[in-house]
Write a protein that binds this ligand. Structure first.
Ligand code: ADP
Length: 361
């Protein structure tokens, strides 16, 4: 693609074709004199001799190249291009190539670096901060209004004072739960790359998770039933993190399930089709109102709730399933959700089984 008769042009072309980022060289009249393979795939074929503006139709890209051509500084700009129906964000850099004899005639080298992932991460961080602020705003506003009311309230009115103090305790609890879930999430994320190696007994973890929620179940007149095919079911895992996974799922099954109903925990071993390995499966089944299928793909996103009022009423933070997802990713496990409106939901966890010498059938 280099329109120069130089002997080294073939080598230069071969080298720059290996560069994954698009590289263009722009000559006089802002015409393209070189394009590597990545540039061809981004801007299209037959680039040589074309005007830069025709190859990359973006006003900021043209500004950048014109400025770089006029001066001798490196000019950088961020441009958004539409690729296959999705937006991609590029960092475009334009600067004159070295030519000491004819500095004003030196061509421009233009490179484009795909920064879409950075942009996505920044956007996620902005959304996260906005969500946390939103979650904290209402308990803080409630606390501020209660303290103001208490300040102006006659001391003798003990009944009203107690009612306001109760609201304050509730709102403080809500903020405590949010902070505690945020800390859990950040601890889990910090350990994301450290794969667990311990041998953990799944039925035992299920029993301790269910025990931790005994009083919650009693408060809702609900039962938790555990049914394990084999008590010797072991996974490769982090005991505390898996305990957290099952606590979050069982607590949701109680909170969103039927009052006076039953939460069933099934665990079994399953052979993976076409593979020689087995996985441990745990199902958390409730008899609640179920979840419409349109919500299922979003449930593990931070702060996603089907019914925000209900979640708040039952003390939800919107982070429980996001924590579950991150812990399972660390364990190379999976969460799948099936639900039928009016009948209930099944949250299924699968985890790689701890390899044993005994072959299972
Ligand atoms: P929350 O703290 O709000 O419970 P989660 O991340 O644990 O947050 O759950 C996200 C949302 O998924 C909940 O707000 C609720 O709408 C829905 N959900 C979770 N588990 C169940 C369930 N067993 N039955 C019905 N809805 C559920």
């Amino acid at each position: 693609m280099l329109n120069s008769g130089a002997d080294n042009s073939g080598i230069l072309q071969a080298v720059l074709d290996c560069v994954p980022e698009p590289v263009l060289i722009i000559g006089e009249g802002l015409r393209i004199v070189f394009a590597n393979r990545a540039a061809v795939s981004l801007c299209g074929i037959d680039l040589i001799g074309q005007l830069f503006v025709a190859a990359l139709r973006h006003p900021a890209a043209l500004d950048c190249v014109t400025q770089a051509m006029a001066g001798h500084e490196r000019v950088v700009s961020r441009i958004t291009l539409s690729e296959n129906g999705a937006d991609a964000v590029y960092r475009l850099t334009a600067e004159r190539m070295e030519n000491r004899d004819q500095a004003d005639k030196a061509p421009l080298i233009v490179t484009l670096r795909d920064d879409s992932h950075l942009d996505g991460a920044e956007q996620m961080q902005r959304n996260f901060v906005a969500n946390v602020s939103h979650e904290l705003r209402s308990p803080l506003a409630a606390l501020a209004s209660c303290t103001e009311t208490l300040r102006n309230m006659p001391e003798k009115d003990t009944k009203a004072r107690t009612a306001f103090l109760d609201i304050m305790t509730q709102e403080t609890g809500r903020m405590e739960r949010l902070v505690s879930d945020l800390l859990s999430l950040s601890r889990v994320e910090a350990k994301a790359r450290v794969k667990p190696t311990d041998k953990v007994n799944i039925p035992n973890i299920l029993k301790s998770s269910a025990l931790a929620l005994k009083s919650v179940a009693e408060g809702m007149n609900s039962d938790i039933l555990i049914s394990c095919e084999d008590e010797d079911l072991y996974a490769i895992g982090d005991h505390d993190h898996l305990n957290q996974v099952f606590i979050n799922l069982i607590e949701n099954a109680l909170k969103y399930g039927r009052e006076g109903g039953c939460v069933t925990l099934n665990c079994c071993r399953q052979r993976q089709s076409g593979e020689n390995s087995t996985i441990a499966i745990v199902e958390v089944i409730d008899e609640g109102p179920g979840i419409d299928t349109s919500h299922l793909p979003w449930l593990t996103e931070r702060f996603y709730r089907v019914d925000e009022h209900r979640s708040r009423r039952v003390g939800g933070t919107g982070l429980g399933l996001a924590i579950v997802k991150h812990i399972l990713q660390r364990h190379q496990g999976e969460l799948s959700i099936a639900s039928q409106v009016g009948k209930g939901s099944v949250f299924t966890v699968s985890l790689p089984e701890f390899p044993s010498d005994t072959a299972h059938v």
